[in-house]
Design a protein around this ligand. Sequence first.
Ligand SMILES: [Zn+2]
Length: 659
Amino acid sequence: MRRFVLGFALVILCAAGSAMAATTRDLVIVTNAGASDVRSIEGTGALVNSVGSDGVFAEASAAEQAALAGIGFSVRVVTPNITAIYAANGSDGQYLTYAQFRDTMATIAQNNPTICKLETLGTSYNGNLLLAMKVSANPLIHENEPAIHFEGNIHGDEKIGWAVAFEMLKYMVSNYGTDTLVTRLVNTRELWFQPMYNPDGYVSGDRTNGNGVDLNRNWGWMWGYENAMGNAPFSEPENRASLAHILRHPFVIFVSFHAGSEFASYSWSCSPDTAPEKPLLEFLSLRYIVPNGYDHGQGYQGMYPINGSTKDYDYGQGMMGWSIEINFTKTPPAAEIEPTFQRNRTAILEFYHRAGQGIHGVITDATSGEPVHTQIWVSPANWPSFNDPTLGDYHRFYLPGTYSVTFRAPGYHDTTVSSVVVPNSGDSSVTVDMQMTPAALSPLFGFRVIYCYSEPSSYNADPRADIVLGPHDGTAYPLTTGRQLCLDMDRAVHNVPGTDLTVFRSSGSGTATVKGSNSWQGPWTTIGTANSAQTSFDLSSVGLDSVRYVELTSSGTFNIDAVEGVNDYVGIAGQTLNPKPQTPILQAQSPARGSVRFSLNTPPPAGTRLLVRDVSGRLLSSFVIRTSSFVIPAPLPAGIYFASLEPGGSAPLRVVLAR
Ligand SMILES: [Zn+2]
């Protein structure tokens, strides 16, 4: 009977949209504290809202206030029981319940199928759906368009962020076809909305997810030295889902809405260093604050130092990223939703518009025409971004000016286009398409940083971890003791006879434990220790067939220049990778999906056959070759095959059909 009553009470609470808030807190000001005290204040469990000239605004329970006093802080209550105020405000029907939001998202998608696609990115720690809506013409296919992502509520108690992102979604959908600007933007952009990033916290009224982790301290760019940061970068399912989303769709602009202050905050937050493209971040910030008058600036100085934030990860991956604090009250009365939305509406439209400004193009293989996953380095800042892996398109926001752009992909020649002019007229964009020329014998290399640890006991880690990307060049990233770095090689490095993987150290005597895996989430296998200027590893010595991800853990300061992998990918015109050339020489050119074009350097002798076997040695195909260029008649699924000529007698040619 008692259990029944409790369940009934919970149903009532949930139906009212009210929070089952765990901790009752007051809004307080810590008068003798500043930005450098935020981490200590949070260490008591208190939540920091903002840092001002009169002190640090925070939310603290009675016990947390006692703890603050115990370590020497002076605390004054500004608003008693702010938790109850948030709960009362949030129980107004305009703040939808999780279930109402979930169902409304589905209804919007069903009613607007020509411009909406609803995606479930994953599930939260407590099993709630992580819903994202794509709004774009032809929403079911990826088009060559700049993509922009807005999310709200990564801190579950900051419900106004959910409300504004959700209002913006409804605004774009309901004004499509009637409002000229909205229609143009939906037709020419891919607009993504994830209003309820942290449904667990939204339901409970907590800042954290259901696992008690602050999701805006758990991202992988300089992760560590934080409270409630989780036990590893991307340990939380909400952030893993969002990372996969980013890897699938590189965004020009990625914005997280927050509340508790009014501030448009850009990178870096993890370091006082200036972001390489600060003028771009500053320009867009100034455009954003026109209709709302928010403060703006670099997060580290303008807010307070934090590690593991979304914005720093975004910027580390070549996207323009912000945390935008949109209201001093985290969950204001529902009557404030509409005016807060109006303060942000034209600012968001401005970001949508500006995402089309700059440098765009499509990157393909010069031989096959297939998309090539590529780094795009724009100088003079020399900061990388990435193209969409499925279509090959890239979009960089840039201001009018003249730049040089370098395209770099494992297995291809670097190509630099100088004198790229972003015009100061029209839509201010320039198209630079690129056909990449294969470089069969050049090594694979670190393609992107998946995560990197911060300094273990301070906020001064060098945020430019991108310096390890690409082949070795003498420039290095200083990985200090205990820090980890995870690199995605983009393609699997295969075990071949001899050296497969080489780690380059530019200087110093530090060492690094090197681990490998085919998933960035592991399981990891220790490959060995990098302890010299150039340490080579043979994957067969630890029983690995391939590794796509490489993790390094330093001991002493390890100045890591690069990680390189053997390139045994065939399908590359004009080269043979067969270590034992045969006569005639068999080549495989640029594999397309399911097929490979082979060529021979001489016409085949009468009766020559091509044999194709799978990895177990099973014969899949055998047919007579009559021309020096041919394809396997039957398409093959993605996988690894071995092709050989008969008669031939030499080692079979390894053929990898990817994607
Ligand atoms: Zn927040």
